[in-house]
Write a protein that binds this ligand. Structure first.
Ligand SMILES: Nc1ncnc2c1ncn2[C@@H]1O[C@@H]2COP(=O)(O)O[C@H]3[C@@H](O)[C@H](n4cnc5c(N)ncnc54)O[C@@H]3COP(=O)(O)O[C@H]2[C@H]1O
Ligand SMILES: Nc1ncnc2c1ncn2[C@@H]1O[C@@H]2COP(=O)(O)O[C@H]3[C@@H](O)[C@H](n4cnc5c(N)ncnc54)O[C@@H]3COP(=O)(O)O[C@H]2[C@H]1O
Lengths: 141, 141
């Protein structure tokens, strides 16, 4: 099994570029974020600010947990609470030039990680599927 | 890089056994399924019947899509619709003795696959995280 070519692959060649990534903005109400998540079908998506800098991620679970009251889901809160109040900022990031082993390590505990540049602008996302496809390709060589 | 020991690992040694897997039943209302999903934090979980046979999976997206009306999420449908009306039955399954390469191939397109025996009884789930952890361990040897 020749794994050497795999080790030279960078995040940039594996990532989904920003223009193909569904995202929401920090100042959106949760109602808009939940609609984007349900329509796109994704569990979670990146959150950006108005200048396209990466701020974190938001997922269906964060939103549903926020509106789950004692007796029911309090749907009215969806229009009252904004994304910036519940955004998850603990997602690791990588840079375009990071190598395959770094990328593999970061997706062990996260379905996707974000690719950002040195100033924090959003370049794209690196998914577990992209990493697994590459590994499956090289493991048969 | 010595990958040979990796190839002899089976699904059984990597799976999360059934007693540790959150699941719902076919005859549960969607309200119960959504609560299990929000409380456990999982995007989707296996669906079993009363004799513990594997029937499919259900996730937050299937449920939210089902109750999304023209103007709002119609929460009352959560108590009117049952899991068996929306269960996703297209998830691939593996068996306990399947080898690592088979397991790797099946999780490329699915966050998890179910491990079932020859009669269709549920043994556990095989997650992308378990596969990635093993690959990361052997790729450094
Ligand atoms: N529309 C679709 N068509 C075909 N397959 C689909 C799909 N939506 C989801 N999947 C499959 O389900 C996996 C988990 O999706 P999830 O939404 O939980 O988790 C996703 C989602 O949160 C995020 N993601 C992926 N692509 C995205 C995009 N274009 N924009 C925003 N977020 C994305 O990255 C996570 C991992 O994605 P990954 O591709 O590794 O893994 C995906 C993919 O294998
Ligand atoms: N409570 C928690 N503590 C720590 N990390 C957590 C976590 N919940 C989720 N994660 C992390 O997020 C990933 C995606 O979870 P998700 O719920 O979308 O997708 C999960 C979920 O749908 C299902 N799953 C995992 N463990 C489960 C369990 N014990 N019972 C039922 N379903 C499970 O398998 C999918 C893939 O799981 P995987 O472990 O590869 O990947 C998990 C794991 O890395």
């Amino acid at each position: 099994v020749k794994l050497l070519p795999l080790l030279n692959i960078t995040a940039e060649s594996l990532m989904i570029p920003s223009e193909k990534v569904a995202h929401v903005q920090m100042n959106n109400p949760l109602e808009h974020a939940l609609l984007i998540l349900v329509k796109s079908g994704y569990s979670a998506v990146p959150v950006l600010d108005t200048s396209y800098k990466f701020k974190g991620t938001i997922g269906k679970n964060i939103i549903l947990n926020r509106i789950l009251g004692l007796e029911r889901f309090e749907m009215e809160k969806l229009s009252e609470v904004r994304v910036d109040e519940v955004v998850n900022q603990t997602i690791p990031c990588v840079q375009k030039q990071d190598d395959f082993l770094t990328c593999l390590k970061t997706v062990i505990d996260y379905p996707f990680v974000c690719v950002v540049d040195q100033e924090g602008y959003f370049d794209g996302i690196l998914t577990r599927r992209a990493i697994l496809k590459q590994l499956n390709k090289y493991i048969h060589v």
